[in-house]
Design a protein around this ligand. Structure first.
Ligand code: AMP
Length: 607
């Protein structure tokens, strides 16, 4: 038996884990019983960590004991601009880590956002472990197509802390297209419009003979459902009595209530033309001061007016991607909608108008990405050659040169993997060390791009300026992770360069957090195993009832099919009891899955 490999959609709002079973990708249910796991982390009064639905429930009463949407800060550097952006979106404070990484304050502790992601990933890994009855370590994780190098590295770092080995990172839209395309044998151009809780991605892929080639990608990493919620929150705030408005806008609990109400109203407007918004207990929670309440009605059309600037941003991204792909929007063969926000009628209308066709409803907007990740994981495991992914660099990469400019080595939308090289000369004569800054972004000016770090080459051949050629080689892997090499061509001195400005965790911390997570997973695994055993015993009892029923009907209406059905259930029950006696958790889990299918009527008990 192969070790299972899972596909993980580590989302801003929700996460999901999937696997391929009997040739079909399926979501693995969470141990809490849901299909999706809210990407929310909380710490209870007793200091226990809770993730997902439990954390969401904790937020109702103790909004300051949870953090959510931390994916927005993953792999970013702590800067005043980031803090400003965060203030508009989330009430919890960000804190700078020692290497400039971003951390959150939660229940008196300071946690790196990488650790928050690791805890969510860890929870999904435990769900998979409960599903398979064995430890799962290998996974494919999806990331937004426009995640830069640091954000990809941080995702990998989070996975390592969670004890997961990332076989490959896959872009979310590519995963969605895989989930759609493979099962249907689709060929043509597929546009994936992915508007989630925090990010917006658009990709256009060519699908031909099992090859999924990304032609162009674009997006806005700071545009998602939360921004639509914020528009409603601002509108609600404007309706609070003048003398309390300031207090309400500074009070975390009130803001949380407004945000929850805004999100609920937005969802309601997906189904109805009007939503009544009622929010009570707005005001001063910190010192137990005055409170007020708000009741108002939001219509769909006014929500659409409020969202106008956001819709415009969505369309601009689509236009940019079409331009880069050199395509007319009307020549796209299928438009796939991904992300919870694509349920909003306004968004559907925008898409239909822009592309001149109704989007496909065949992929599930919340599940397609995880399912596609599972398909890719399965493919990598079996190496069947059924689906090959060819991605592109989502942003241009270059080095800083004189005059504050950037010399581009790899242009946006170049197919990956790719290697690019160029020759540079240190700025001043007689330099013994060269520092070449590396930038990601589309501007020709350094300060309008994102600095990834610096190539530092020491012990240079000391000579006059212009006499020390340095060769810089950029290697962008198939999953768009950059490695850089620099060579002093005079001495042949070569260094593989670690980009220094990476806001990763300081040396040693990831290992420490990994050990902490492993301990947690171990103790949680014991609890889960006990629970799984109890549930399995109950399932066997139900299976026995089914067997008796089938036996009775086989006696009343004998037929070879009826006999075979009895035989199938009996074999499963016998196998189940043996596995239980032998404490074979993986076998128990496999039989539990089959029995559950039979009992739920999803599968006929045929031999
Ligand atoms: P995702 O990150 O893909 O899980 O998307 C989550 C976003 O989709 C959140 O902003 C949700 O408020 C939004 N969303 C989910 N379902 C709906 C719905 N039925 N109507 C409107 N927005 C929704």
């Amino acid at each position: 038996m192969h070790d299972p490999v899972i596909g993980i959609d580590l989302g801003t709002t929700n996460s999901a884990v999937a696997t391929v079973e009997d040739g079909r990708p399926r979501l693995i249910p969470s141990r809490a019983g849901g299909r999706l796991t809210p990407s929310v982390l909380g710490v209870t009064k007793a200091g226990e960590r809770v993730v997902g639905q439990q954390a969401q429930a904790l937020a109702e009463e103790h909004p300051d004991s949870v953090v959510w949407a931390t994916k927005r800060f993953l792999g970013r550097r702590y800067t005043p601009e980031l803090v400003q952006q965060a203030k508009a979106l989330v009430p919890y404070p960000l804190v700078a880590g020692p290497s400039g990484d971003v951390r959150v304050k939660l229940a008196g502790r300071v946690l790196p956002v990488t650790q928050v992601s690791a805890m969510i990933l860890g929870e999904l890994a435990l769900d998979a472990q409960a599903h398979f009855g064995r430890t799962v370590t290998k996974c494919v994780i999806t990331v937004p197509a426009n995640f830069d190098d640091n954000q990809r590295q941080a995702t990998r770092e989070a996975a390592t802390i969670a004890g997961l080995d990332v076989v490959r990172l896959v872009n979310e839209p590519t995963a969605a297209a895989l989930a759609y395309g493979l099962s249907r044998g689709f060929e043509g151009s597929a546009l994936v419009f992915d508007l989630g809780g925090g990010t917006f991605d658009v990709s256009i892929l060519d699908v031909k003979s099992g090859v999924f080639e990304v032609r162009a990608t674009g997006g806005d990493p700071r545009l998602g459902g939360e921004d639509f919620d914020q528009r409603i929150v601002q509108w609600l705030l404007a309706q609070v009595d003048d003398e309390l408005r300031h207090v309400v806008s500074q009070d975390a609990q009130s803001l949380r209530r407004l945000k929850v109400a805004a999100e609920a109203a937005k969802r309601e407007l997906t189904e109805h033309e009007e939503a009544t918004v009622t929010v009570s207990g707005l005001g001063d929670h910190a010192s137990g001061g005055r409170r007020t309440e708000l009741e108002t009605v939001l219509t769909r059309s006014f929500f659409e007016t409020l969202s106008e600037p956001l819709s415009r941003r969505c369309l601009e991204v689509c236009q940019g991607v079409m331009r880069e792909a050199k395509m007319d929007p009307r020549s796209v063969d299928v438009v796939l909608l991904v992300g919870g926000m694509t349920r909003v009628p306004l968004v559907r209308r925008l898409v239909a108008d822009f592309f001149g066709r109704a989007p496909s409803t065949d992929v599930h907007p919340d599940e397609a990405v995880a399912l596609g990740a599972a398909v890719q994981a399965d493919e990598l495991l079996r190496q069947s050659g059924q689906a090959l992914l060819l991605d592109v660099a989502s942003q241009s990469l270059g080095v800083g040169v004189l005059g504050g400019r950037v010399k581009r080595l790899i242009a946006k939308n170049t197919g990956v993997p790719v290697v690019a090289r160029d020759i540079f000369f240190p700025g001043t004569s007689g330099q013994a060390e060269a520092r070449i800054p590396v930038y990601q972004g589309e501007s020709e000016f350094q300060d309008e791009n994102h600095k990834l770090g610096e190539v530092v080459l020491k012990h240079l051949h000391v000579a006059a300026r212009g006499d020390v050629p340095l060769e810089v080689v950029f290697e962008l892997s198939g999953e768009a992770i950059l490695s850089v090499k620099a060579t002093d061509l005079t001495t042949g001195n070569m260094e593989t360069v670690r980009l220094e400005a990476r806001a990763g965790l300081p040396h040693g911390e990831a290992e420490k957090l990994g050990a902490e997570q492993a301990n947690y997973a171990k103790s949680q695994g014991v609890v889960d195993a006990k629970r799984a055993e109890e549930l399995f015993r109950k399932l066997l009892e139900r299976g026995e009832k089914l067997a008796r029923m089938l036996q009775k009907s086989a006696q009343e209406n004998p037929s070879p099919e009826a006999e075979a059905a009895v035989g199938t259930v009996q074999r499963l029950l016998d196998g189940g009891r043996t596995a239980l006696d032998g404490k074979d958790a993986a076998k128990c889990a496999a039989i539990a899955r089959q029995l559950t299918q039979l009992l739920s009527g999803k599968q006929e008990p045929r031999a």
